[in-house]
Design a protein around this ligand. Structure first.
Ligand code: DX5
Ligand code: ZN
Length: 215
């Protein structure tokens, strides 16, 4: 059961050392993070290629952490079931990438997984209002999806209050992109309940300090 009484930290392994992924995941767990954020990019929806299904499967074998899979891919309906079988706990797809968001949501739910829907910086929040009652999480991108280490876009965070107002009480509002000890405070004060952070955590020399500074 996902509850809302705390901020859920989801370190993005995009900024981790891929040669030592098992240790990198264990290290953020020991540092107090609850989820692991896995950025899947296809080179079409975004101009980068990252992690795919076999890596999710391998991660699942090595950790009991909640796997938060962020799909930045075209035609998400073709792949959501495979990501579910690979061991994802939550599958977030992009509103802009789905021809039929209702169908993607149903497919993910039918696999018994939590569902997230995400919007890019250029997409207005009201576009996803029809889906708020059907999903577990809304992911507000505060950078253009594709790369870690970009600067936080303040305007995008301003979408959070309107989503919160329109959303059922239990909906998790997650923010991804440019999160650090300062931008995290802005997002929390606007109503975010989950924060993704890649370069801020994995680029620090003390993961515990970094995670704690986001809580
Ligand atoms: C960007 C990804 C993010 C990225 C965040 O497209 O979705 O999850 O890893 O990286 P930072 O925290 O460095 O902005
Ligand atoms: Zn992400």
């Amino acid at each position: 059961m996902i509850t809302m009484d705390r901020v859920i930290i989801s370190p993005s392994i995009l900024s981790a050392d891929f040669m030592n992924l098992e240790q990198e995941i264990r290290a953020v767990k020991d540092a107090g993070a609850e989820w692991i954020h896995i950025d899947v990019m296809d080179g079409h929806f975004v101009p980068n290629i990252t992690i795919g299904i076999p890596v999710v499967k391998s991660i699942r074998r090595k950790t009991d952490m909640f796997l938060d899979v962020h799909l930045m891919i075209e035609n998400p309906e073709k792949f959501v079931c495979e990501f579910a079988q690979a061991g994802a706990d939550l599958i977030t797809f992009h509103y802009e990438a789905a021809e039929n968001p209702d169908r993607v949501i149903s497919l993910i739910k039918d696999c018994g997984k939590k569902v997230g829907i995400s919007i890019k910086p250029g997409t207005e929040s009201n576009r996803i209002f029809p889906y708020l009652k059907m999903v577990d999480l809304v992911l507000v991108m505060t950078v253009e999806p594709g790369f870690g280490g970009q600067e936080f876009m303040h305007d995008c965070a301003m979408k959070i209050p309107s989503i919160k107002e329109a959303a059922p009480e239990n909906l998790i509002i997650q923010v991804d992109g440019g999160i650090n000890n300062i931008t995290s405070k802005i997002c929390k004060s606007l109503g975010a309940s989950s924060l993704v952070a890649g370069s801020y955590i994995y680029g620090s020399c003390d993961y515990k300090k970094a995670v704690e500074s986001l809580l």
